[in-house]
Each structure stands twice: as C-alpha cells, then as structure tokens.
Design a protein around this ligand. Structure first.
Ligand SMILES: Cc1cc2nc3c(=O)[nH]c(=O)nc-3n(C[C@H](O)[C@H](O)[C@H](O)COP(=O)(O)OP(=O)(O)OC[C@H]3O[C@@H](n4cnc5c(N)ncnc54)[C@H](O)[C@@H]3O)c2cc1C
Length: 301
C-alpha cells in the first residue's frame, strides 16, 4: 500500500491567507489544488511536504472570462478552473478551440472533474497537455506573492522539468491569453490509448493574411507548442520564425514540422523510442497547423 509521509493540513480562506501560510512554512509547504499529481507523488514519497495548503475554497482563483487588459482584451482563466470547466466553456472554445481540443484528450472525466488548469501548469510535467497549448497561445501567468503581483510570459514560466517561475511563497492566480480575432487554433495528440498521457502532441495558433481568389494567403503570425518531445520551453521558435510571411500551404506546414522535429530532444521510454517521437513532433506540428489554418478560414475540420 502506498501511504504518504506524515503531513499537516490547512484549508486557506483567501489567497492572501494561502500566501501567508506558504511564507510561514517555506519549502516544507505545498499548495494542493485537484491533488491528482501531488497526492500520487506524496503516496510514492516523491514529494514529502510537511504542510499541505488546500486552495479549493478560493473562488478568487476560479472563473473564465474576457476582460480588458493593458494591451487589449484578454481571455482570463483562473488557476482553480477544473479541466471539465475549461472543456465546457463556450467563451474559451469560441476564442481558442485549441483549448477544447486539448481538454478533450486529458485523462478521463474523473480526472477532469477535479484536476485544475493551474495545477497542470505548476506541475510542469513535460507531458502536460496544457503547457504546450498555453505556450502556443502566448499566455501570461499572473503570480501572486506577499504584497506583490507579477506577470510572467508562458515562455519564461517553465524553468525545467517539474520546475516553474512560481516561487516558494507564491501562488499562480490566473492565466491570461490575448484575444486576437481572425485566427485559428488546434491541438493534436497521439496517445497509446484514450485518456493516456501524450506520446507526443502539438499545438498551433495561426493568423493569416488572406490572398486574392484561391490564393491561400500568408502566415501573418503563429504560435507553436509541443508536448512530451523535449522541446525547449514547450515550443519551436525556429519553426515559428520560418512560418511568418510564408504562403499558408501544405508544403510550408510540412517544412515547419520538419524544422520543429529537428529541434526536439525526446527521450525513449515506455511510450516509444526517440525516432518515433521526433517523427510525431513533425507530423503533429503539420497537422495542428493544417487544422488551425482551416479554422482561420472559417472551415471546421
Ligand atoms: C490518471 C491520470 C491521468 C492523467 N492524464 C493526463 C493527461 O493525459 N494529460 C495531462 O495533461 N494531464 C494528465 N493528468 C494530470 C492532470 O491534468 C492533473 O490534474 C494535473 O497534473 C495537476 O492538476 P491538479 O489540480 O490535480 O494539481 P495538484 O496535484 O493539486 O498540484 C500539482 C502541483 O502544482 C502545485 N499547484 C497547484 N495549484 C497551484 C497554484 N494555483 N499555484 C501554485 N502551485 C500550484 C502543487 O503544489 C503541486 O506541486 C492525469 C492525471 C491522472 C491522475
């Protein structure tokens, strides 16, 4: 039987209370959200916090809405948003269908009903689906600490496997995604069986400059995300740079996939050998781009 080491438990009554507890107990304390990653790690004694701070009562960390930010409208997703809430959110799906694509393939309803968006990105598992999705969307993390709120771009948020920019006396409060009309987005994943962690997955957010008549137009801007394939920062900047200004064609997307795959450093494990994962990184990048382009053109695929 797997049993966690002894720990104390406190239910935070506000975000400030949770931060004060984190500050008081230091490195011995951990926030628990859905508990779907932390509790199994505690049972395996891979994590042994002495104080568990439960943030499940904190409505301030919930909600999905569009609000005006300093640089325009933003889709704001509270850290305690459950996977199932994001999957069911009409406003999230309208702006970024990629988020629904990703949520649909995360685990199963039991995990999705409890696991949270904030817990997923704070866990920073290299196979976490939302990490690739939020990176492609150039989300910003809002992090609260003692008397301080700071924002960190998603591309600087992940500091290594299972490591993030959230400090020991800080809490991830929210993720903000700029609302930019006229684009398309998609997330595609290969898993060994339904609901499993990714063998590999790719995300694409794409904005096109339309061309005349049957001209496919050009790529005005793009964001890419890659999960489970050892991509630095969960992204593929070289492929993004290649794509900008090029014709939005099948050939361009295939070449972008090839470039993305070339910069991945997957590791061999029970989900597959490195060559297979690298192949998937390229293929899935091209598929995500294709699907995002179809959506940008108003065609669902
Ligand atoms: C059987 C199973 C299958 C799964 N399959 C997938 C899958 O296919 N794809 C996928 O992406 N995920 C998968 N997951 C993971 C799932 O998405 C979890 O919900 C997620 O990893 C963690 O979210 P949580 O809310 O449970 O976080 P918790 O386990 O509560 O916390 C995880 C970590 O984040 C920290 N944390 C949580 N919230 C905050 C916050 N607001 N601020 C600061 N730190 C915080 C905690 O201290 C802890 O270190 C699976 C999980 C299980 C159990």
């Amino acid at each position: 039987m797997q049993v966690p080491a002894h720990f104390e438990y406190q239910r935070a009554t506000s975000v400030d209370h949770a931060i004060a507890l984190l500050a008081r107990y230091g490195a011995d304390a951990r926030v628990v959200a859905g508990g779907h990653s932390l509790i199994p790690m505690m049972k395996l004694r891979l994590a042994q916090p002495e104080m568990l701070i439960d943030v499940n009562d904190l409505d301030e960390l919930g909600g999905i809405r569009v609000e005006e930010g300093a640089e325009g409208r933003e889709l704001r997703i509270g850290a305690m948003t459950r996977h199932s809430e994001l999957l069911g959110s009409v406003v999230a799906g309208e702006h970024y269908p990629m988020l629904h694509d990703a949520e649909r393939v995360i685990a199963d309803p039991v995990v999705r009903n409890r696991g949270t968006v904030g817990g997923s990105v704070c866990q920073a598992d290299p196979s976490e689906d939302l990490s690739g999705a939020f990176t492609a969307l150039r989300a910003t993390a809002v992090i609260r600490g003692v008397d301080e709120v700071r924002t960190v771009p998603m591309r600087a948020f992940f500091t290594g496997p299972y490591q993030t920019a959230v400090g020991p006396a800080e809490i991830l409060a929210e993720l903000r995604i700029p609302v930019r009309p006229g684009g398309g987005s998609a997330y595609v994943k290969v898993d060994r069986r339904a609901g499993d962690w990714a063998v590999a997955a790719a995300a694409a957010a794409l904005w096109l400059e339309p061309g005349p008549g049957a001209d496919p137009g050009t790529v005005a801007d793009v964001g890419l995300g890659l999960t489970a394939v050892g991509a630095a920062g969960f992204t593929a900047v070289e492929a993004e740079e290649f794509l900008r200004g090029r014709p939005a064609t099948e050939e361009t997307f295939t070449e972008a996939g090839r470039i993305a795959a070339g910069h991945c450093r997957p590791i061999a494990d029970q989900r597959g050998p490195t060559d297979y994962k690298r192949h998937l990184a390229g293929e899935l990048t091209a598929r995500a781009l294709r699907r995002a382009a179809a959506r940008a053109r108003g065609r669902e695929v």
